[in-house]
Design a binder for this molecule. Structure first.
Ligand SMILES: [Mn+2]
Length: 278
């Protein structure tokens, strides 16, 4: 059951359409339920919705017309749709045009495709981004990450075929051994410490999670010289740092059995992590 109000924003990521092991049935049921509900404010597709490693983009779009048609219907109900690019669907200019024209053909005229999105909800400002920008493993070990990616997909395919939880165990061992999640989250924390954002809304790691951090933050951030309010800067410059709360939200994925997760952001700026159960 999905419980949302008209002012809510929904965030999903990592559907990996095009990858044979993704939970297509669950995604379809989820969209059907959204369609049966009243419209809501925004649906943010936060990256890796398509997975271009497996099939040509045009093929993926043709294969998943049903899902795209449901997205179009959600949009026609009055819900804005924002599509954020991930590392598996970076989309070239041509691919973007192809997607736009395909969606327009089936009735969508109001979709934004962006690399990231600043979300202001009540007094909270969040950065919504797929999250691969915080992944040093991808940045520094391109080849190794490609190979571990292939290994991950192969075990996932086995899991979905045999109905076992091999991947979760392997992934857990891999993550514990390399301290990967910890390093990833530390990087996010460091990023937030230097910025005014109250939180990051990410996907990418396939680990649905909410974390709260208390960090010491300067009261004033350096701005370009033409934007600086000099008197305000001088009065705040030497003040001690203040303790502030920062948040890490991860919307998980629709690949690993038992995940199928999404985030709901209310008009007051509160963020909740939900598991979709049918
Ligand atoms: Mn990703």
């Amino acid at each position: 059951m999905i419980n949302i109000t008209p002012s809510d924003i929904l965030v999903v990521s990592d559907w990996h359409l095009g990858f044979p092991g993704t939970q297509i049935k669950k995604i379809n049921q989820f969209l059907d339920e959204l369609l049966a509900n009243k419209p809501f404010d925004k649906l943010i597709l936060n990256g890796d919705i398509f997975d271009l490693n497996w099939q040509f983009f045009q093929k993926i779009i043709e294969r998943h017309q049903e899902i795209l048609t449901k997205l179009v219907k959600i949009n026609q109900m009055g819900t804005k749709i924002i599509y954020i690019l991930g590392n598996h669907d970076p989309l070239t200019a041509n691919q973007k045009n192809y997607l736009y024209s395909f969606l327009n053909k089936i009735g969508l005229n109001d979709i934004n495709i962006l690399p990231a999105f600043q979300l202001k909800q009540n007094n909270s400002v969040y950065l919504v981004n797929h999250g691969h920008m915080f992944d040093t493993f991808i940045a520094e070990h391109k080849l190794a990450s490609d190979w571990s990616d292939i290994g991950y997909r192969v075990t996932i395919a086995f899991d979905n075929f045999l109905g076992i939880g091999l991947t979760e165990n392997i992934v857990r061992i891999f993550r514990r051994y390399t301290n990967w999640s910890n390093l990833y989250e530390k990087r996010c924390q460091r990023y937030l410490k230097k910025r005014k954002y109250q939180g990051l809304i990410l996907g990418h790691t396939h680990e649905p999670k909410i974390l709260e951090w208390i960090v010491k933050q300067k009261k004033y951030f350096k701005l370009p010289i033409n934007l600086i309010n000099v008197s305000e800067y001088l009065s705040l410059k030497n003040q001690p740092k203040e303790k502030v709360k920062k948040y890490f939200y991860n919307s998980g994925d629709w690949i690993e059995p038992g995940h199928c997760t999404y985030l709901v952001i209310s008009a007051t700026g509160q963020v909740e992590l939900k598991y979709y159960n049918t």
